[in-house]
Write a protein that binds this ligand. Structure first.
Ligand SMILES: Nc1nc2c(ncn2[C@@H]2O[C@H](COP(=O)(O)OP(=O)(O)OP(=O)(O)O)[C@@H](O)[C@H]2O)c(=O)[nH]1
Ligand SMILES: [Zn+2]
Length: 328
């Protein structure tokens, strides 16, 4: 499918270059004894990896250079893989990623960095009240999901405070699967169903009840709830690194501090990829058409006039397209 996993970043290039055209004699030993691991956490240059059933801490082998290793990466490890305290293994290879999710560049870091690799679902956590839902933020998350090739899932929390109907009406034409949850346990079983056997990333702004959800799903993770300091507005955990938590055959990846995603690199056609029902119409657009409401000659308008498209679908896609604009 268009837009799915085809975009490279410097990490991908580096990873792929390894097996490439370099003369054999110059290649490092192949590390035939290396074992496969799954990166569940990253903290100050140390990588927590799961090897078989053992939690192994590793560092990056020098030969890997500057490329990043992120939560969700599948890696090859050598060295002490016992997982005993004070042992340190080495990551010698990062396997090719099936997907990458980047967080937004900000003032402290102008580069859009990969935060999670190999995820296949993006669960957007939105509270129905306190704080109020922010449709613009939801839109941006959906665009990021479509672009990265992840299936989106809307997770609407705090159902005790407000009904989901209005919000769901806004997203009905997008056909995004959703669950409605509450801290009394309502909807959590349904959410669990959606997470089984998948690698899901959880995102949401502060206070929407993400930690509460994670604690109901994975009690042993003991995520801190309601820890926002009313004075500074900052959480006690200032770490913004993601962590993977096991859930029946799958993983949920909690991304504290990640509020939105960089969309600057996304082309209009990447957004269109999330709307297969509009594909045929868009194929008739002039080259480089941005498909917005004011785009001259956009075929969507002609198809709409002829009644060949669902106007709600077109409106939704155009709303998503505009969420890329003014990408602060
Ligand atoms: N009324 C109501 N309150 C909830 C619900 N779920 C969570 N809360 C409350 O909302 C507040 C924020 O919950 P958290 O789980 O810490 O939210 P979070 O999204 O993890 O927030 P950060 O840790 O800042 O990212 C806490 O006071 C929770 O008790 C719910 O279903 N209903
Ligand atoms: Zn167009």
């Amino acid at each position: 499918m268009k837009g799915r996993g085809r975009r490279l970043d410097e990490d991908d290039v580096r990873v792929r270059a390894r097996g490439g055209s370099r003369p054999r004699t110059r290649r490092r030993p192949a590390h035939e004894d290396a074992e496969q691991g799954f990166v569940t956490g990253v903290d100050r240059g140390r990588y927590r990896c799961l090897v078989d059933d053992r939690a192994v801490v590793a560092m990056k082998a020098r030969e890997l250079g500057r490329g990043s290793i992120v939560v969700g990466d599948r890696v090859a490890l050598v060295g002490d893989l016992s997982g005993r305290p004070d042992t340190l293994a080495r990551v010698v290879r990062v396997e090719e990623r099936t997907s990458v999710l980047r967080r937004t560049a900000d003032d402290t870091d102008p580069v859009e960095r990969v935060i999670v690799a190999n995820a296949d679902q993006l669960a957007v956590v939105v509270s129905l009240a306190d704080p109020e839902p922010q449709p613009r933020l939801i839109d941006r998350c959906l665009v990021a999901a479509y672009d990265a090739g992840l299936d989106p899932l809307l997770c609407l929390t705090k159902s005790d405070l407000a009904a989901p109907d209005e919000l769901l009406a806004t997203y009905a034409t997008l056909d995004v699967p959703y669950v409605v949850t509450c801290s009394d346990g309502d909807g959590v079983a349904a959410l669990r169903e959606h997470l089984l056997g998948r690698l899901s990333v959880l995102v949401g702004s502060s206070g929407v009840g993400k930690s509460t959800l994670v604690n109901m799903l994975v009690p042993e993770a003991e995520r801190t709830v309601g820890h926002v300091n009313p004075v500074t507005g900052r959480g006690r955990h200032t770490s913004t690194s993601a962590v993977a938590l096991p859930i029946e055959g799958g993983w949920i990846i909690d991304t504290p501090g990640v509020r939105s995603f960089g969309l600057a690199h996304i082309e209009p056609d990447d957004v269109v990829a999330g709307f297969p029902d509009l594909d045929e119409a868009v194929a008739e657009c002039p080259p480089g058409c941005p498909h917005t409401g004011d785009a001259p000659g956009c075929a969507l308008d002609a198809w709409l006039d002829e009644g060949r498209l669902d106007p709600n679908r077109v409106a939704s896609m155009r709303r998503l397209l505009s969420s890329r604009e003014s990408d602060e």
